[in-house]
Design a protein around this ligand. Structure first.
Ligand code: HEC
Length: 193
C-alpha cells in the first residue's frame, strides 16, 4: 500500500510571523507511516519583515557607531572606537548584508504579510503593499541588483571594521544611505521622485 496525504497548517510563531507547516504523511510498505513536518518559515520572510526587523535597526547601529569614529573635522579616527564598537559594526553590518542577500535570492519575494500595512500606506499618493508587490514582480532583477549593491557596501564596511580601518568604515557607510534611497525611490515611493 502506498499513499500520500498532505495538509498545510498556518501557525503563528512567537514573533507574530506566519509560518506554514506542511504535514506530510507517507504510508509506506508494511503499514509504516512516516509523518514529516516541513516548516516553510524562512521562505515566508517578507520584504517588510526584513526592513523593519533587520535592515533599518541594524543599519542604524552601523551608522551610529561609525559616526563615533569621526573627529570634529569629520575625519576618520579609528582610535575613538573600542573593541565592542568594532564588534557592533561587524555584527550589525553582517546581519543586514545577509538579510539583503536572502531578499535577492528569494524565488518570489513577498512585499508584506497578508493584511499588513506598510509605512505610509493609506496616505494620499503613497503606495501600499500591493503596489510594492506589483513593482517587484514587474522588475525582480532590478530589485535584486539594488539589494546586492547595498549588501556589497555593507560587506565593505564590515571588512573595514575587521581591519579596524576607520577610513574604510567611513567610506563604506557613507554609500549606504544613498543605496537605501535608490531602492525606495523605485519600489516604495516613486511618486516622490
Ligand atoms: C532593494 C530595495 C531596498 C533597499 C536596498 C532598502 N529598502 Fe527599505 N524598503 C524597500 C521597499 C520596497 C519598502 C516598502 C515596503 C515596506 O514598507 O516594507 C521598504 C521599506 C522600508 C521601511 C519601512 C518599513 C515599514 O514599516 O513599512 C524602512 C524603515 C526601510 N525600508 C529602511 C531601509 C533602510 C534604512 C535601508 C538602507 C540601509 C533600506 N531600507 C534599503 C526596499 C528597499
Amino acid at each position: 500500500m502506498s499513499g500520500e496525504f498532505c495538509s498545510t497548517l498556518i501557525l503563528v510563531s512567537q514573533n507574530g510571523r506566519f509560518c506554514t507547516m506542511k504535514i506530510v504523511s507517507l504510508a509506506v510498505g508494511l503499514g509504516a507511516l512516516i509523518i514529516a513536518a516541513l516548516p516553510a518559515c524562512a521562505a515566508d520572510v517578507t520584504l517588510n519583515d526584513a526592513m523593519k526587523d533587520v535592515v533599518a535597526p541594524k543599519t542604524q547601529i552601523v551608522w551610529d557607531v561609525g559616526n563615533k569614529a569621526m573627529n570634529d573635522k569629520g575625519e576618520a579616527d579609528a582610535s575613538r572606537l573600542a573593541d565592542d564598537d568594532w564588534k557592533q559594526i561587524i555584527e550589525g553590518g553582517s546581519a543586514v548584508s545577509a538579510s539583503l542577500k536572502a531578499l535577492a535570492g528569494a524565488d518570489r519575494l513577498k512585499a508584506a504579510q497578508p493584511g499588513v500595512k506598510i509605512q505610509s500606506e493609506g496616505n494620499p499618493g503613497a503606495w501600499g503593499a500591493a503596489d510594492v508587490q506589483k513593482a517587484i514582480d514587474a522588475d525582480p532583477r532590478g530589485f535584486k541588483e539594488l539589494a546586492m549593491k547595498l549588501a556589497t557596501a555593507l560587506d565593505a564596511t564590515v571588512a573595514g571594521a575587521k581591519a579596524r580601518n576607520g577610513q574604510a568604515v567611513q567610506d563604506g557607510s557613507s554609500q549606504i544611505d544613498g543605496l537605501c534611497e535608490d531602492c525606495h525611490k523605485q519600489y516604495w515611493y516613486p511618486n516622490l521622485k
